[in-house]
Ligand binder design. Structure first.
Ligand code: NAP
Length: 254
């Protein structure tokens, strides 16, 4: 009997860790839906790269801060799936999209706090809630957290705290969705060289060296250090991993 190709949806799959995850997931033989917020060219480049591997891929616009748009987004995705596969369902959801905030507690504004909560918590919570009817039983959810949910470095109080919230939320997802055999796990990257936060880990030599010297493996992370872990969690071989936090930071601040 032919088994149906599994499908993963990666939010923020147009750049950085989401892009790397989408490519590595496609290498594992899954079809991929990515989302982008504004940069359609980069999203299309990822789609083309995946198609060149012989897998199906498509990109949809999504701002995870704009919860009112979720119903339309899901309608567009499910209609596309229905047309192309005969089923409106996906198998894996990777909640990856997000932006940075570096600001000391004394300077953080209420607007910045709302922003981070909207993107990194409410966006993850309600997008997952609304997609749940369209995730196949036996599928999985991967929430991207951060090393900053385990250790505190100045300036990341809001971001780190909200990521910590997503980590607890993941345990609740695992518990409440277990009856549908849906797994939920966290991948928590350390500092990785991407555009994140204006590319500060990649482009600021001082920050790059400080992170490298606090890391057992002696360097900062690269997108290639992360995508394969996310992709592994989208395979049957990872099917008994549930409710776990996997930190991929090269051993920072051990
Ligand atoms: N890089 C690190 O050091 C690091 C470390 C730990 C955790 N993380 C986490 O890893 C995830 C990805 O980070 P990254 O380094 O890959 O960042 P990135 O290179 O800046 O890429 C961010 C991606 O998310 C999308 N995006 C941003 N804001 C969005 C929003 N409001 N709604 C929907 N999509 C949005 C972007 O789309 P557009 O291209 O269209 O803007 C892009 O695809 C984030 O959750 C971040 O918190 C990153």
């Amino acid at each position: 009997m032919e088994t149906k190709t599994k499908i993963a949806l990666v939010t923020g799959g147009s750049r950085g860790l989401g892009k790397n995850s989408a490519l590595k997931i496609a290498q594992k033989g899954l079809d991929v839906i990515i989302t982008y917020r504004s940069n359609i060219e980069e999203a299309e480049a990822v789609v083309n790269e995946i198609k060149a591997m012989g897998r199906n891929a498509v990109a949809f616009q999504l701002d995870t801060k704009d919860r009112k748009s979720f119903d339309t987004f899901i309608k567009n995705v499910t209609s596309h799936l229905e047309e192309s596969t005969g089923s409106s369902n996906i198998d894996y959801l990777i909640n990856n999209a997000g932006t940075a905030l570096y600001s000391p507690i004394t300077e953080v504004t209420e607007e910045q706090v709302d922003d981070i909560i909207d993107i990194h918590f409410k966006g993850v919570f309600f997008l997952t809630q609304k997609l749940l009817p369209f995730i196949n039983n036996g599928g999985g959810i991967v929430n991207i957290s951060s090393g900053l949910a385990r250790f505190a470095t100045p300036g990341s109080s809001v971001y780190g705290s909200i990521k910590a919230g997503v980590e607890m939320l993941t345990k609740y997802m695992a518990k409440e969705l277990g009856s549908r055999r849906i797994k939920a796990n966290v991948v928590a990257p350390g500092a990785i060289e991407t555009d994140f936060g204006g590319g500060r880990v990649r482009d600021n030599k001082e920050i790059n060296e400080a992170v490298a010297s606090a890391t057992a493996l002696g360097r900062v992370g690269l997108p290639d250090d992360i995508g394969g872990i996310v992709a592994f969690l989208c395979t049957d071989d990872a099917g008994w991993i549930n409710g776990q936090r996997i930190e991929a930071s090269g051993g920072v601040f051990l």
